[in-house]
Design a protein around this ligand. Structure first.
Ligand code: AP5
Length: 211
């Protein structure tokens, strides 16, 4: 399965990817996670990307395309993968097409901007193992502590209202055109991003025919 999870920030792409990875046993390729790791390690790519990420803007296409090329060469990509939050521009989608990457399905997960702002305001992440929680909809057993590795949870630097609004603006201007791009290829399926977590996972499995 080669799947793209497309949708605005906070629509639940990462949460769905976690469930899909377990079900399909293929890797999740999240450029957001790869970039955050690069920022944490202080690599040249991380230093370059941080300015854009903090400003709620997209990281330049050449950086993302380079990351993707390297990631897709790894052995674990042989039987498929789930792209989470990538491609995000027409140039990125074209680079994948040019590389001969055949995408089977694009799952568009959409939700209204105001719901997204509430969701991202409540998101907490584990800086150690990457598990994502929410203060209202996915609480850890002990408040502020990761269930899996007991690390103190953090709020992502870009999860503040001002930056969330900028990320939404970037989504509508630069990423939404991908819906038409993949519609023209007959690949888009739609998932209601306002559903609760368990329902949205169940619905995604149904849509993808992997119940
Ligand atoms: P990235 O990390 O990809 O962030 P994003 O697309 O903004 O998406 P998020 O991770 O914020 O949201 P999500 O949809 O995964 O939601 P989640 O499941 O966590 O990118 C960050 C930055 O990196 C970008 O701004 C850009 O600068 C750069 N970047 C990355 N890729 C790039 C690319 N390809 N090109 C250029 N730049 C790039 O859920 C959110 C919260 O809601 C969680 O707390 C969760 O528990 C909760 N939740 C999830 N689903 C539900 C539900 N159904 N009901 C209730 N709560 C829910």
């Amino acid at each position: 399965m080669r799947l793209i999870l497309l949708g605005p920030p906070g629509a639940g792409k990462g949460t769905l990817a976690e469930a899909l990875v377990e079900k399909l046993q293929v890797p999740q390729i999240s450029t957001g996670d790869i970039l955050r790791d690069a920022v944490k390690r202080g690599t040249p790519i991380g230093l370059q990307a941080k300015t854009f990420m903090d400003a709620g803007e997209l990281v330049p296409d050449d950086v993302i395309i380079g990351i993707l090329k390297e990631r897709l060469e790894r052995d674990d990509c042989q039987s498929g993968y789930i792209f989470d939050g990538v491609p995000r521009t027409i140039a990125q989608a074209k680079a994948l097409d040019d590389k001969g990457v055949v995408i089977e399905t694009v799952l568009l997960v959409d939700a209204p901007d105001e719901l997204i702002i509430r969701r991202l305001n409540g998101r907490r992440s584990c800086p150690e193992c990457g598990i994502v929680y929410h203060t209202a909809t996915k609480r850890p057993q002990k408040s502020g502590i990761c269930d899996a590795c007991f690390t103190t949870l953090i709020t992502r630097d870009d999860d503040n209202v001002e930056t969330i609004r900028k990320r939404l603006k970037a989504y509508h201007a630069q990423t939404e055109p991908l819906v038409d791009y993949y519609e023209a290829q007959g690949k888009v399926k739609y998932l209601d991003g306002t559903l609760r977590i368990a329902e949205s996972i169940e619905e995604a499995f149904k849509i993808l025919g992997i119940e």
